[in-house]
Design a protein around this ligand. Structure first.
Ligand code: SF4
Length: 637
């Protein structure tokens, strides 16, 4: 008996209709735990080298972890992976809600889709009954509407994941959608599902989960809920969720504004967490087994219409309220709703739109190119461009390719302010006075993403801490001290890159640890009681390091010429001083970025080109990976 898991991988070949199951390999469970670890292992072993992300041989993987679906706080996370349409390298993205637990109750830890259905289809999983069914009736529908319609047709008790028109039309940052507001947003995993002609996956599960020590696991689960609720941050953090951080981010001058031109917004009070509570919120909404429901479901009334929407959470506020400068929380929420219905990542969409507006302001794109004038702080501009992108109409066809490819076509220096790393658009923190966070973005394995390592606190030690002081200063913003950076900063980033993504392997939400300080030892104890296998937190961090080196190896294998040059931020961050706000005047020169990478690669045991050395791979039990890379022509030192 493999406690904690269902010990079953479900494979569906959409081209042949072949459906099969197999037990999990011992090596995969022992060395990669679950979730993100399973995704990386399967992609390295099974992805045909060098194929296009939209090739039908690409894998679409949904993976749970050993803690997914069990009775403990926030055990509802599911991890999705594929070769990325956005970067061409390793991709994953996680999602809350109830989908992963349902998949596990249906009897599967893992779902792997290959091939391509001959016609628009959806996958139906009801315990042992697995069918590929026609989805013509749902094709073309919005992600939220399709979920509602499928629930009406199949039953309210099914957990349903959908794509929107963006996924159907292969927008490279299309997302997966579930539970009317939860998304796996990053890396274009929704477009991979669309490329397979799959509109939705519907799951009902009624089986039980095998647990090593059920009595003590239950008692520990009860205890864990009590401990989370007793944390001082519980009553402070939960009411506003991630949006509660908006004031602080702006206060310390890292709030992306006007396509990352600057890093401080003067209308932050109209778009922060408090504005959500005052202007939008109807109810809290949480994922499976979550005691800290960070979702805020509400109604936004705007001049373009009313929208019921979950959110916006912080990243959406940053990219639409800061970067596109929408002036009210209602407008940000409306943009959020449109993205959710169209099935597009709010982060990448906000970044692409703000870049387009800057191109227009600079005369690099004309009214003729775009089809109308576009401007910041304008909901109509956002609405117009989102629909163009998702329909791949006119300029939208170019923008649907993502900011890196679009800038490559437009040229004229627009590449300098196309804000991405590796082709994945940057998330909600401006880092020209945050070198550790800059390094975290540069080296995140899927591209510019904050959830791999969030180290702003490290950069901002000594920064403003009282936003009221800032407001009372009447807009006169004092300058931040320069953030300190040493070789230890690289180590700090690396430690964080092992800690945060570990939750994506376990199948639980990390926010209970990160925001509330729920101690890591609890997870080690739960792992033992549920799986019967003793793993210290330190040992699990070692697994996380192994996964990190494997995901880097996948990108090294899949992306021609991959290495150091792929780890740099756009030119803006190393040549343009921030023009206003608390970090006015700061930028990080190229030389400093080179030094940061040198420290980072050395601490990781990677060569000067940022490729793991054979010695490092062997130390991590990845000798087979080193051998395979050598055979496939990747230079391994
Ligand atoms: Fe979901 Fe938020 Fe709870 Fe995490 S904290 S499980 S994201 S509701």
């Amino acid at each position: 008996m493999r406690y904690g898991y269902q010990d079953k991988l479900l494979r569906v070949d959409l081209s042949t209709g072949g459906i099969s199951t197999e037990p999990l390999a011992d090596e995969m469970v022992d060395k990669f735990i679950g979730g993100r670890g399973f995704v990386a292992k399967l992609l390295f072993d099974e992805l045909p080298r060098g194929i296009d992300a939209y090739d039908e041989k690409n894998l679409f993987i949904a993976a749970t972890g050993p803690l997914s679906g069990h009775f403990l706080p926030a055990s509802g996370k599911t991890h999705f992976g594929a070769k990325s349409p956005a970067t061409g390298g390793y991709a994953d993205s996680n999602m809350g809600g109830h989908f992963g637990p349902a998949l596990k109750y249906a009897g599967y830890d893992l779902l792997v889709l290959t091939g391509k259905a001959a016609e628009p289809s959806y996958l139906f999983i009801d315990d042992d009954q697995v069918e590929i069914r026609p989805a013509k009736a749902y094709w073309g529908q919005g992600a939220l509407i399709a979920e509602k319609n499928l629930k009406t047709d199949l039953g309210e008790d099914l957990q349903i994941m959908t794509i929107g028109p963006a996924g159907e039309r292969l927008v490279r940052y299309a997302c997966l959608s579930h539970d009317f507001g939860r998304q796996a947003g990053r890396s274009g995993v929704g477009a991979v599902l669309g490329s397979k002609n799959i509109k939705a996956i519907a799951v009902r599960g009624t089986k039980s989960l095998p647990v090593h020590d059920i009595d003590n696991a239950y008692a520990k689960g009860v205890d864990a809920f009590k401990k989370v609720a007793a944390k001082p941050g519980y009553t402070e953090w939960t009411p506003e969720g991630t949006a509660g951080i908006t004031n602080w981010v702006n206060e310390v001058g890292v709030f992306p504004t006007r396509n990352f031109k600057t890093s401080f917004s003067d209308h932050y009070e109209a778009i922060n967490g408090n504005a959500i509570l005052k202007k939008l919120k109807i109810t809290d909404k949480g994922c499976y087994c979550c005691p800290t429901p960070c979702g805020k479901y509400g109604l936004a009334k705007t001049k373009l219409g009313d929208a019921y929407v979950e959110g916006p959470e912080y990243e959406t506020i940053a990219l639409f309220g800061g970067n596109c400068e929408l002036k009210t929380i209602e407008e940000v929420a409306y943009a959020n709703y449109l993205c959710d219905e169209l099935g597009i990542d709010t982060i990448s969409a906000g970044a692409v739109i703000s870049w387009t507006i800057e191109c227009f302001e600079k005369g690099m794109l004309s009214e003729g190119d775009i089809g109308r004038p576009v401007k910041f702080a304008d909901l109509e501009t956002v609405d117009y461009l989102l629909r163009k992108i998702v329909n791949r109409e006119g300029i939208g066809d170019l923008l649907a390719e993502g900011v890196k490819k679009a800038a490559g076509k437009v040229g004229q220096g627009s590449e300098d302010f196309a804000i991405h790393v590796k082709g994945l658009e940057w998330t909600g923190y401006e880092c020209r006075n945050a070198p550790s966070m800059m390094l975290a973005y540069m080296t995140a394995d899927i591209g510019a993403h904050h959830a791999r390592a969030w180290v702003l606190g490290h950069d901002m030690a000594g920064a403003w801490t009282n936003v009221n002081e800032l407001v009372q200063s009447g807009g006169t913003v004092e300058r931040q001290p320069p953030a300190q950076v040493t070789a230890d900063s690289a180590r700090y980033v690396i430690d964080s890159q092992h800690t945060r993504p570990l939750f994506d392997a376990l199948g639980v939400c990390r926010l209970q640890l990160m925001e509330l300080g729920f101690e890591v030892e609890n997870y080690a104890e739960l792992i033992y009681l549920i799986t019967g296998k003793k793993r210290s937190w330190k040992e699990m961090l070692g697994v996380s390091e192994r996964i990190w080196n494997l995901t880097r190896s996948i990108s090294a294998r899949e992306i021609k010429g991959f290495g150091r040059s792929w780890d740099f931020p756009p030119e803006r961050f190393s040549t343009e001083p921030i023009p206003s706000g608390p970090n006015e005047g700061y930028f990080i020169p190229k030389q400093k970025l080179e030094q940061l990478l040198d420290w980072y690669y050395a601490a990781r045991g990677w060569d000067a080109n940022g490729i793991p050395t054979r010695e490092t791979l062997v130390r991590l039990g990845l000798e087979d990976v080193a051998d395979a890379l050598s055979v496939e022509g990747v230079q391994i030192n």
